[in-house]
Every structure is written in structure tokens, then in C-alpha cells.
Design a protein around this ligand. Sequence first.
Ligand code: ADP
Ligand code: ASP
Ligand code: MG
Length: 416
Amino acid sequence: MALIVQKYGGTSVADPDRIRAVAENVKITKRHGNDVVVVVSAMGKTTDNLIALADSVSSTQPGREMDMLLTTGERVTAALMTMALADIGVDAVSFTGSQVGIITDTAHRKAKIVEVKGDRVREALAAGRVAVVAGFQGVSTDKEITTMGRGASDLTASALAKALDADACEIYTDVTGVFTADPRIVPQARKLARIHFDEMLEMAGAGSKVLALRSVEFARNHNVPLHVRSSFTWEAGTWVTNEEPNVEDPIISGVVTDVSEAKVTVLGVPDRPGISAALFEPLAAANVNVDMIVQNTSTDGTTDISFTMPIADLGEAEEIVRRVAAEIGAQGVTHDRDIAKLSVVGAGMKSSPGIAAKMFRTLADEGVNIEMISTSTIRISVVIATADLERAARTLHTAFGLDSGQAYSAPLPERT
Ligand code: ADP
Ligand code: ASP
Ligand code: MG
């Protein structure tokens, strides 16, 4: 008998019909003789709506209270899913992250897993029941309820798969797998049959939402193969594994787009040792994830420093940056939300020079201005204006020979 962990994302459980459709799939999986652990996300846009609700009630949002609020979303789905299963004769029981012993550190909203106990899941499975676990959440070493970052139900699934030594970890979503680009932006994107953890990690790090970064990190570190597939078509999807790429694989495996970051610029910063540390230390202490950083050369003894960071943290970061700017005698602080990050990712880059040059030439010919650049051994990212993003992504996708002969044809459910 195999043990299968199945994670269903927000669109997959967005309404009662979807919940019933998922329950049917769980029943079929069980009927094939498998033990099943179901990890669920909050229904549709519930998490966004809860955040908006908090914003409308108060500007004081302690992490503890936000986590108490946000964890309710997944809890609703878990209970409803369990009832839907009961309705079709499947014995199931729902659990919160805390109940199944997902122990995290104390960093509210971005908590890291320190241990997964899983005893209650094992007991439920031993009793022949399906365990339905509310994703995205855990309990801290201080016994407080925590969440593990946006999209972290993927992490719940990979962590449980590891702790339970599952035979498969299936991530059900609203597209049919991992593509060479987001099919909502590049209709000619091709589905990848498989992708190496390292490339998936770079894609997730570059902002591809299809898998949350931490879940890929966890899956890679503990060698948990992931199968990303659709809960709308149920067809085989993409395997994310540690299988080495073939020599004949394309040099570039994907183009990644990300509109979740903003650019902050500190103007007229005195050019002396210690300034960057003074700026970035307090941001790190506040858990702000700074991404790209550019410092211009100094002309008159001052310089501008620009960096990108999640729009979601902009309020908190700006307060810190304005305070530090005043302390160090900088001339001002600006921010720009209308920027986007565009990346190309591919393991083949290591042994194939000229990818950056080709990327920059393609963008130049398209009249796209590059504001910032960063690279890793298998990724090149640029910051451009959001208005240019879709056109630039499609052009790069074509230029690197990734276009499929036909446009994405499965349903692309609207996320309401
Ligand atoms: P879920 O709610 O199921 O976790 P997400 O919205 O987090 O779903 O992730 C699925 C979405 O990721 C897709 O609808 C798609 O628009 C987006 N996406 C971004 N990049 C890719 C890619 N390379 N391949 C497939 N989907 C992608
Ligand atoms: N509901 C959470 C979010 O929207 C977690 C998840 O869906 O994975 O970020
Ligand atoms: Mg997701």
C-alpha cells in the first residue's frame, strides 16, 4: 500500500463544487488501495480577503494576531473537505497544522519549520482514515499559532511527505504542470515533463508562483520528488526531482515573470564605509527580504542605492529606510511599484556563454529599458517597467526557442 500526500491549492477548492470534485479524486486514490493525506489551502482568495479585512480594521497588525486570523482560511477548507469526503463514504478527519505537530520557529507570518511530528496523521491512517490537514500553518516553539509565508501550503505538503516517508507528493493546482513560462502570460509556454530541483529553486526564487520557494528548498534538501499537476484535468503533470538534466535538454528551461516587488531608491547617500550595512541591517532584522541591490558609482562623494523587495513589506521597509536615510544624511527616499522582474533560468547556462548578451540584445531590440541586473550561475534577472513585462517575456520566450507549436489549451480558471 502506497502513501500519497495530495495538496490542493486555493483555486482547486474555491467553491463547493470544486471541494466535491477534489473529494471524488481523493476517494478514487483511496479506492486504488492508497493511504491518503490531503493538504488544503484556503478557498480561492480567502487569504487576500482576510489581509484586506485586517487592513480595514487596523493599521496595528501584530504577527500573532495576523496568524490567528490567516490560519482560519485553511481550517475552513479542511473541515469542509472532510465533510465532503464523509458524504461520499470516505472516513476522514481534519487537523490544523498545530494538531499534526508542525513545529516552527517564532517568526510570525514567515515561520520556518523546525520539526514535523505527524503522530496524529499516522494514527488516522492506521485507523484507515484520510487525514485532511490545513496547510500553511504550524505552532511555534512558544506554543503560538504561526504561518509560514504566502503559498506555504506547498511546504506543508512536502514537509509531511518527508515526515511520513510518503511514496508521492502531488501538488494539485490550476495549471497542468510547470511550464517554460506562466501560461497566463505566455500562451505559447510548453509543459515540462520534468525539472531538476536546482532549476525549480531558481524559478521559484525568481518569483514563479507555481511552487512556493520554501517548499522547493525543503523538497530538494530532503529529496522529496514533487508531482505538480492540475485538479481540473487530472492529467500527468511535471515531476520536480534530483534527476540530472540530459545533455540534449535546452539551455534555458524557463522564463520567469514577477510583479510582486517594488524598487526603493535612497538618493544622495554619502559614499563611505558602513553605509550599506547601516541600511540593510535593520531591514534584515525586520525580516524584509531584500532582493536585487544596485549602487551607482559616486560622483560628488554621494551615490544612489536602489534595491527591490516585496511590495507586501513596503510600508514597514519605507519607515525603516526613511529613518536610516535621515541618520546617515541621505538626500531622500523614493519608491516605484511599477517595476517587474524578468528572469531566464537554465542549468545549461553554466556551460554556455552568451546567454546574458542574447537576453539584453533581445530586450534592446524590443525597446525595453533594463533598470537592474542580477545573476546566479543558472539565472539572469533584469528589472524592467511593468508595462513592458508581458511583451518582453513573450519575446524572450521566442528568442530562446521555447515556444510550443500551440497555445495553452486547458482551462485557465479565473482566480476570484
Ligand atoms: P495554487 O493556489 O494552486 O497554489 P498558485 O496560484 O500558487 O496556485 O500557482 C499556480 C499559478 O502559477 C498558475 O495559475 C500560473 O498562472 C502560475 N505560474 C507562474 N509561473 C508558472 C510556470 N512556469 N508554470 C506553470 N504555472 C506558472
Ligand atoms: N492560503 C495561503 C496563501 O494564499 C497559503 C497557500 O495557499 O498555500 O498564501
Ligand atoms: Mg500556490
